[in-house]
Write a protein that binds this ligand. Sequence first.
Ligand code: ZN
Length: 190
Amino acid sequence: DNVASQLKNPVVGKTVFIDPGHGDQDSGATGYGLLEKNVNLDIGKRLNSKLYSAGALPVMSRTGDTFDSLEERVNKGAKAKADIFISVHANANDNNSANGTETYYDKTYQSANSLKLAQNIQPQMVSALGTRDRGVKTAGFYVIKYSQMPSVLLETGFVTSPIDSNILKQSAKKDRLATGISKGVSSYFK
Ligand SMILES: [Zn+2]
């Protein structure tokens, strides 16, 4: 059954580039004992494993606590000839009442497909985490602006929010999140 369902999955054979944001000396956002770089890597590794099990060919920009420039991340995605590019981040705000999950895309390259990818992933993240739905938005973040394949940047939750940081500390929630993102990727390729 597992093999049969795997072969039917439209993600089979697709190269999915996973970019866990920040790393090494660049912690990214911090809050409630969380370093964004670690949250991103944890989720990215889980996503890598879910996609691999589904028959995709995931490639990660980093698999440890290392740092690549934004340009290097874009170059790695291009070199991998990725079908899609997913950057994983967590959010921050000076106001700790800001919370929720959002997905960004950019209109420079593959605008329609990037939007479609964002729309497939965003509701899956919200339902996996039970966070507030902040929706799909546009912004010219470097890695999604310069990646020429369909690309999205996921803001999984706010490390500066007591609500979201509690969620992002739980392995079970991060695993459900990875499953949700993987489902969203599959439905994008349907
Ligand atoms: Zn970030």
